[in-house]
Design a protein around this ligand. Structure first.
Ligand code: PHE
Length: 497
């Protein structure tokens, strides 16, 4: 397949748009707050609130699933009413409120805090990505490099947060750790507010919408969205309370979304239909990847706490710090991956997304293989060397680099233009289901039916072993399936290169 190189229009130059740097820092701090809190969450639930593992995995799974499902609605509201910019500001304020709630020294504030973060992320996350996309014209060759930088910002936040919030949370108290995460989001808001003019009016509401138009009773469209958000916070905190039945609702939401996408595909002409159906197949594998990767914040965090030798020259490394390893590897290896793809690309050898997905799934499976070796070589106290954990994270991060950025750009290339945002929302939904599945697997395979004695280290090790063995095989089979399917869908990708 011959590639056509597009010349950069002279007026664009090679430097990135200023907005990239603003959105880079805004997203960095938003992710700082998300991952700082995430590094503490399961540890807080199991060791401070004394939830058993089943309950903790359940709540964690529902929370993370909702966090990534909400952007589907936030994206829709932004496209049709709010505009990306308003949605991002509103989201930032709501997320900050969520962290303030978690910083309060009351156990009861947990579900409210998480619910605020779900709603806020719904407004923030997808819209910040779409807004960035608006600063590149069609065929702009700076786009991929810009998005790679942006992805590094995400991981910089994710890498710093567990170090800072984890240290403070463990040293001064959980709520101080959660509060520190909130300071991150506040800094993100400051960045946005100070540089709003750099966004050059991009991401405004649709022309026909006047958000301040009086609707009677003191209501305006904007106020309605704010009221809806407050009601959603109440709804989501209820969802977290009824975590045991929420799985059914998520399944129904998933089925409705699938039918909706199939309906859209059915109404499209042949080529677009093929592209949408191909994306759906890819999303299935995307979901499986995150079901493995997202063990990090839940079961691997607990495994690190309970079974990993964390002493370095007599000093005990705080458990949350290990959460910084995957994003660290992502940041350091991202330039290498870009260089490899570009080098192969110049010789027309760059693999297509299905091959990259297959490789990513394989690497993730290998990561769980490393954890299994760690478990097999644990001492009689059930403690194993940190090397296996670090190796596992290495493979997970290289898997992420083979899958995640590829997945995002694949959506922008394959989706028919009028459905790009919508399909991006569906990609987020597949991440949401991946998170739900991650917690489900951890719970089914790894949560003991009867509470274990704290002294039963080997029994506890067995539970983790079941989870990771299942995931190693599952990811290996998924990788083989991806390679087998790949010849059937490659034409669609070649057409949209
Ligand atoms: N590490 C990524 C992030 O936090 C995970 C992700 C990828 C989430 C793709 C959504 C979509 O942003």
């Amino acid at each position: 397949m011959k590639k056509v190189f597009v010349e950069v229009p002279k007026h664009l130059g090679t430097s990135q748009p200023k907005a990239l740097y603003i959105l880079f820092f805004a997203e960095l701090w938003e992710r700082f707050s998300f991952y700082g809190m995430r590094a503490l969450l399961i540890l807080y639930m199991t060791s401070e609130l004394l939830f058993n593992d089943t309950k903790a995995y359940n709540i964690y799974g529902i929370y993370t699933a909702l966090v990534y499902a909400a952007p589907v609605i936030g994206g829709y509201l932004a496209d049709n009413y709010l505009g990306n910019r308003n949605a991002i500001f509103l989201g930032g304020v709501i997320i900050t409120l969520g962290h303030c709630c978690l910083a309060l020294p009351f156990k009861e504030s947990l579900f409210y805090g998480l619910a605020f973060i779900i709603v806020g992320t719904g407004f923030f996350k997808a819209n910040v990505t779409s807004l960035l996309g608006q600063f590149y014209e069609k065929g702009d060759v700076r786009r991929d490099a810009g998005f790679t930088l942006f992805y590094m910002g995400i991981n910089l936040g994710a890498c710093l947060a567990p170090l800072v919030c984890g240290y403070i949370g463990k040293k001064l108290g959980w709520h101080y750790g959660f509060g520190t995460a909130g300071i991150g989001m506040l800094l993100g808001m400051v960045v946005l507010l100070r540089s709003a003019q750099t966004l050059e009016g991009a991401g405004s509401p649709p022309a026909k919408i006047n958000l301040k138009q009086p609707l009677g009773g003191g209501l305006t469209p904007y106020r309605l969205v704010v009221i809806g958000s407050i009601l959603s916070v109440a709804l989501f905190s209820l969802c977290l309370n009824f975590y045991h039945v929420m799985g059914h609702f998520l399944n129904i939401f998933g089925i409705i979304s699938l039918v909706w996408v199939l309906g859209i595909a059915y109404r499209c002409e042949r080529d677009d239909r093929k592209a949408i159906l191909t994306l759906l197949v890819m999303f299935l594998f995307f979901m499986i990847f995150w079901a493995g990767y997202e063990q990090a914040g839940s079961s691997i965090n607990l495994f690190t706490d309970r079974h990993v030798d964390r002493f370095l020259f007599g000093w005990e490394i705080p458990v949350p710090w290990f959460q910084s390893i995957p994003p660290f590897f992502v940041i350091t290896m991202a330039p290498l991956f870009s260089a490899i793809w570009m080098k192969l690309g110049r010789r027309n050898l760059e693999p297509l997304p299905p091959t990259k997905f297959g490789l990513g799934l394989l690497q993730s499976g290998l990561g769980f293989g490393c954890l299994l070796i760690g478990i097999k070589t644990a001492d009689t106290q059930g403690v194993t060397s940190a090397i296996w954990l670090i190796l596992a994270y290495f493979f997970h991060a290289s898997g992420e680099l083979s899958i995640s950025p590829v997945g995002l750009s694949m959506v922008t290339k394959l989706s028919p233009p009028r459905f790009v945002s919508f399909m991006m929302g569906i990609l987020f939904l597949s991440v949401s289901f991946g998170n739900y599945l991650a917690a489900l697997v951890a719970r089914i395979f790894g949560a003991p039916e009867q509470p274990l004695q704290t002294s039963d280290k080997l029994g506890s090790l067995q539970c983790f072993s079941h989870t990771y063995e299942f995931l190693a095989y599952f990811l290996l089979i998924a990788s083989i399936a991806m390679f087998l399917i790949s010849p059937f869908i490659r034409k669609v990708f070649e057409k949209h290169l």
